[in-house]
Design a protein around this ligand. Structure first.
Ligand SMILES: Cc1ncc(COP(=O)(O)O)c(C=O)c1O
Length: 493
């Protein structure tokens, strides 16, 4: 007998199947080779604990039977879809980095056009490289005064759709890593008028469906596919990601098949369990937990705003005409320009002096991510450390200046298809001599992970000077062939 699709959100099918597996005392002659802690080294167990190994079972012929007849994963995905008002949900154990590629491949194929906001994450660019999709870049809304970008507005997508009637669909990132949200309704309306699907990279928005005071989220805005990292603003384990689907612009079988192309055949059940349990927690307690988190964020913002030298970015800075449409207040960004120190210096100091890790440090600010898991204790640690930072800032060495170009000078010509530039003949040239050459690699300040240069773009002196000065100031460029940017990999001439 097959289990019917459940609607009871007190149930957590993956966790229940795992408990039943342990109860039955299955003896695995299958991977994983540690065989339920028996083979785990004592010193590893001392750090990880036995629960990690006990929960690490094979998905089929382990958590479920050989033919997945108990539909454990399917039931958990169904409950997740029901919880967030989607029609289908797919769990992924390779982060939104995989989910977003599966979504892109379900909408466009090699040489077909996809409209993509140029503030897309590097995983989207990897998707372009692997697939051979031709990006039609949409310029973000650039805030010159603050030196950061918000997602493009609907008018930019509308104009691009007019110009590229052969585009297969659109991809937009919202929220951005800075917590700013796009006018998704407008973008969806433009695309749907032409029968085209919209993918929303909502990696930072796992919590949005669970509280009405948070910005509206992609499924409610009518988007077709939405990708979410449950491990970022949600409580899943690292790499736990979902993609949701609704409507009839994207076929569920096609999306599932594209994900199958990219995914592992050995998914980590711990990640499934983390997502399944988090869905239950949010359905049952999300409103209360997120309500408390919103109050805490408000309090943290008020306390930090009262510290001389700190400027807390809020709605007035980030939303309004030509800026973002809405703001998630849980990521708290503090501008340090008045203190005369960089976000790189502040992030290093907070870790070395206070064992505090902030999510994002850039040339002039730090961003601390609050979630439903924070409380007065953790918030107090953050506020007191940033208060001390403000008083100690005069002791810091003056930061190296980062030459951040204006938005129009950050944009470079896409001279070749990303795939062709990446896979063709390449050479490494000194960065000071690379202007005018076509990049053959991504060069990405991380975090937030938005490539400043990507394969096929013709490099300009403005962007190279920005990156070189950034590295000198403490910027992290982990994906560049030479992270110190002495050289850049370009298309061979
Ligand atoms: C906007 C955006 N999309 C996608 C990703 C990839 O997500 P994951 O780390 O879950 O692979 C990230 C990661 O930071 C991101 O910021």
């Amino acid at each position: 007998m097959t289990n019917p699709m459940p609607t009871d959100h007190s149930s957590a099918p993956v966790l229940e199947a795992l408990a039943a597996y342990h109860e039955a005392g299955d003896v695995p002659f299958t991977p994983p080779g540690h065989k339920q802690t028996r083979g785990a080294d004592r010193r590893v167990l001392e750090v990880l604990g036995p629960a990690v190994f006990r929960g690490d079972v094979l998905a089929t012929s382990g958590l479920d039977d050989r033919l997945s007849r108990n539909r454990v994963l399917e039931r958990a995905e169904h409950l997740m879809a029901d919880a967030v008002r989607a029609e289908h949900t797919f769990f992924s154990t390779c982060g939104s980095s995989l989910s977003v590629k599966a979504a892109m491949l379900s909408v466009a194929g090699p040489h077909e056009k996809l409209l993509v906001g140029r503030d897309a994450h590097k995983s989207v660019v990897s998707g372009l490289i692997l697939s051979g999709i031709r990006p039609v870049w949409i310029d973000p809304r650039w805030d010159t005064e603050r030196g950061l970008a918000h997602a493009p507005g609907p008018e930019a997508y509308e104009a691009a759709l007019e110009q590229h009637p052969d585009a297969m669909g659109a991809l937009i990132t919202s929220p951005t890593p800075y917590g700013t949200c796009a006018d998704l309704d407008g973008v969806v309306a433009s695309c749907h008028r032409r029968g085209l699907p919209v993918i929303v990279d909502e990696a930072w928005g796992a919590h949005l469906p669970f509280h009405p005071d948070l910005p509206s989220w992609a499924m409610d805005a009518g988007a077709d596919v939405c990708v979410t990292s449950v491990h970022k603003m949600g409580g899943g384990l690292e790499q736990g990601s979902v993609f949701h689907l609704q409507g009839d612009h994207v076929d569920p079988e096609r999306l599932s098949s594209r994900a199958d192309l990219l995914g592992t055949t050995s998914p980590n059940v711990l990640l499934y369990a983390g997502m399944d349990g988090w869905r239950r927690q949010m359905v049952e307690q999300g409103h209360r937990l997120l309500g408390a988190a919103l109050e805490l964020a408000e309090q943290v913002r008020t306390e930090l705003a009262a510290v001389p030298g700190l400027h807390v970015h809020g709605r007035a800075d980030f939303t309004g005409p030509d800026k973002a449409d809405d703001l998630d207040p849980l990521p708290v960004f503090v501008d340090l320009a008045q203190l005369g120190i960089s976000g790189y210096q502040a992030a290093d100091w907070l870790r070395s002096e206070h064992s505090i890790d902030v999510h994002l440090g850039d040339h002039r600010r730090v961003g601390a991510q609050l979630t439903y898991a924070d409380d007065a204790g953790t918030a107090g640690v953050l506020v007191s450390a940033l208060t001390e930072l403000a008083s100690r800032a005069p002791e810091f060495d003056p930061p190296r200046e980062v030459h951040v170009p204006t938005g129009d000078r950050l944009r470079m010509e896409q001279a070749m298809l990303p795939r062709d530039a990446y896979f063709g003949a390449v050479e490494d040239v000194p960065a000071h001599a690379a202007a005018g050459r076509i990049a053959a690699e991504m060069v990405t300040p991380y975090p937030p992970g938005i490539p400043a240069a990507l394969p096929g773009e013709r490099l300009t002196e403005d962007v190279l000077a920005y990156l070189r000065s950034g590295v000198d100031a403490g910027m992290n460029l982990p994906d560049a062939t030479d992270p110190s940017l002495g050289t850049v990999r370009v298309v061979a001439e």
